[in-house]
Design a protein around this ligand. Structure first.
Ligand SMILES: [Zn+2]
Length: 115
């Protein structure tokens, strides 16, 4: 498997807005405090960890921000009980996955949205 390909992650997260549907935000940005980097060219994923158990799959993408020269982690958590539809490709499960931002020491910076 191509290791670079394996570092791919969703480009967008969806945030639920009360009564107003979902808002799409870019994940090509730095989620660390005091950094406003939104340039995809300054965002460099370099490591991926995958942990699977019976209930969920957790993928952690370690990302270097070339603007503030710090590291953060995007954590993608997929709950496994969401049944995949085999009948209709267009049909997507309601609950897909949760995205969190963590700092270099895996301290939770907050829930970003859904993917
Ligand atoms: Zn940054």
């Amino acid at each position: 498997m191509d290791e670079k390909e394996d570092l791919n992650y969703p480009s967008y997260a969806f945030i639920a807005l009360a009564r107003r549907g979902m808002e799409k935000i870019s994940l090509d940005q730095c989620f660390l405090k005091n950094c406003d980097n939104e340039d995809p060219n300054l965002i460099e994923p370099f490591k991926k960890e995958v942990v699977k158990d019976e209930k969920k799959t957790v993928e952690k993408i370690h990302i270097k921000c070339k603007k503030c020269n710090r590291i953060f982690i995007l954590k993608f958590e997929t709950i496994n009980y969401v049944a995949k539809s085999t009948k209709d490709k267009e049909e997507k499960p309601l609950s897909i996955g949760l995205i969190y931002a963590l700092d270099e020491n895996e301290k939770n910076l907050g829930h970003i949205g859904y993917f």
